[in-house]
Write a protein that binds this ligand. Sequence first.
Ligand code: HEM
Length: 384
Amino acid sequence: MRIGETRQFRRDPLEYIDNLRCRSTTGVFRLPWGGYCVRDTDLAQTLLRSPEYNSGRSGFFGDLLPTRRAQVEVGHAVRNVLRAGEPQYRAVLTRAVAELPAVSRWPAAGNELVYRCLTDLLLHPGITPARTRRLMRQAVHGGAGGVVFHAPHAWQRARAEVLRARLLAAVTEQVRHRREHGVGEPRDVLDAVLDACATDEVTDRTAAELHLMMFRAIVVPLSSSLAWSVLLACLHHTSDSPWPWPAGQVVREALRYRPMPWLLGRTIPHPVEFGGVAFRPGDLLSASPYLMHQEKGRWTDPDAFRPERWDEPGEHGSYVPFGAGPFACAGAAVAQTLLAESLTALTRDARLTVTGGDTRPVMAEGNVPRPFTLHRTELDTEGR
Ligand code: HEM
């Protein structure tokens, strides 16, 4: 990328990719950091849904699991543990929101809120040594973070590597212990991973890596999607009255307007012409949920944040915040429930306002909101 382009990208990555799309004359356009992106929504749907580009193992798990079947089983097992843990999430959430300061800095405070509600579901306190849970906590917060959430500076990332190695060693030890003693009904995400890969092909170390991968895949998009929901609703509803939308609609619209996963990549398996460009095996082609959610003609006022659109029939274009097709997110439904619950808890008997908010994202592990301050004012019994 040239210096001017890097500057534009930093200023607003979404505007930047939209400009690339507008300038392109073919069905796909080249990305300056390598690979291509699909311009047209129908072609993007083909890329995400067609068996031609979505057979074999999904890239989401890398090489951690030997078969597609094992990938699906891990996804379903983890989703089931989270679903069963919804009442527990809700109970911790009530306490966490009650203890949230009246003024908090986001997205950091949202990251902490989501992590706190999930911590016992990630590694159950009754069966995990306190030291391992402390390391997991440091992986989220540890000084400047970096193991779970993206750290902006190289020195933070170097420190995170040390912490990551310590966490993996501790969880590997825990895997060994649990495998020796047998895993019954899964009590946390680690149990779910072990239950789904009860095979010698998955070593103790690989199981620990899978746990860390799922830990990130759960906590990171939930946290940033919650932060977007809070920010966008506050920026678009500035009066003193309660928000006019149900929490679920705000979440859906925030996931449309600022989908956290910004490019979904597929590796081209064989020579093919796609969108007017000839691809070779191994080329990377991506669909952009953001561009698909912005397509004029399929959405009314796509560049407006309008949660009420989800009440209007015939309003919807392609909606893919959780991907689509064979490799779509295994946790989509549970993620939407947890987000709506979190937003409901934050707004219950309270008025939310923000200062310093900006709808332009920064690119970290995906589309993440820039820092903003949330003011949460408790309302009296008459709602004032
Ligand atoms: C707001 C929260 C979330 C968002 C926005 C999100 C988004 C996504 C997206 C876009 C994909 C597809 C990637 C692709 O097509 O290449 C994906 C895959 C996946 N997600 Fe999520 N996700 C969220 C939460 C969760 C949760 C809570 C779980 C827990 C079960 C989860 C588990 C998975 C798994 C297992 C896959 C891989 C599916 C496969 O390849 O079989 N996600 N997620």
